[in-house]
Design a protein around this ligand. Sequence first.
Ligand code: FAD
Length: 374
Amino acid sequence: MDAKIIIIGAGVVGLAIAAQLAKNQKSIIVLERHDNFGKDQSSRNSEVIHAGMYYPTHTLKAKLCVEGNQMLYNWCNRYRIGFENCEKLIVATSPEEKDNLYAIFVQGKLNGLKSLELISESTIRLIEPNIYGVEAILSKSTGIINSHEYMQSLENYALNHQAIISYNSEVVGVEKINGGYEILFSNNSEIYRVSSEIVINCAGLYADRIASMLGIDIVENKYEISFARGHYFRLSGKYRNFTTRLIYPIPEKNLSGIGIHITKDLNGYMKLGPDVEYLKNKIENYTIPKNRVDLFYKSANKYIPNLKKSDLSPDQSGIRAKLQKAGEAFRDFVIQNEDKLGFNGFINLIGIESPGLTSSLAIAKYVEKIITNL
Ligand SMILES: Cc1cc2nc3c(=O)[nH]c(=O)nc-3n(C[C@H](O)[C@H](O)[C@H](O)COP(=O)(O)OP(=O)(O)OC[C@H]3O[C@@H](n4cnc5c(N)ncnc54)[C@H](O)[C@@H]3O)c2cc1C
């Protein structure tokens, strides 16, 4: 075998796994189609360190988000990554929304979050004078992170522990061979073959495609990924430091997204987003439709009373790798060894959408455990 472990994809999850495994395992190769890390989902997100109150208890999303939150803060402190534990409010803007607010609060408590508090209208006004709400959840463990610095630190860590990261290397075929797998990848118009005992599929938007290259039936196994684009609109410079905390509305039904919220970067510039638009074709298209501004204005105006539409301008967009199709119920992360399908040592990570950034270090530990038990 050319390597013990091949990781497909150098997004935040592939990098976190490479860093975690490189501590104890030698002979790790990461194959990434782009010329650098994190160019897909991992650089087109809100950069929020989530607390983990939205997801059903005992799901991987709940468990790995709650664990990953603390691990991420520790990593940021240790490797001097830019972050701010800025906290967040989820605001009910009418009495009718209060039941949904309490349901999130209870779910958060069931998920083991100690740092959630319900706060009244007057407390909202006191701590966030620019925000309107009749009651809110204060989440003290929510924060923001410089995700590029974080990924750079993971790459450095993996490289310093002898992992190899091969950029411009697009996986085009996967075959089972005796004792492992053979991977075909294209680099500079040439096709190369590399073999390993273990393969970890962290290909984000294309993780289903990688699984089907091996012969896994992605329809039968419910591994088909939908592309759900989220757009962001920047708030004009006068809104700099408009709030101290991130401000979230009550989320949409079935958790397609957690609602158009106010997020900010580490310099205090504010953004609204992301919404959810399922793309009909699975083609990467990051356009922001012009008429989207109306939806953003309408949503945010509920909790920012004096907002003007002219304060909003298009920013970036990102595409989520969603297992949950439009209108469907909650789907969890898929992270498993595919021994039951006849592919022992092939570990699929499919549907790693939000809170994948927050969960990345916990996902890496989880995958390490799977490998230890192979
Ligand atoms: C709009 C939006 C907002 C989000 N907000 C947050 C947030 O605030 N907090 C949070 O915790 N999470 C958030 N997320 C989720 C988070 O960004 C993802 O869960 C995380 O980035 C997933 O990382 P990944 O490494 O699995 O996937 P990706 O970052 O998509 O990386 C996959 C990699 O695989 C590579 N690849 C694909 N196919 C091949 C191939 N054939 N050969 C070689 N390489 C290949 C790709 O080039 C890519 O680099 C958000 C996501 C989106 C889209």
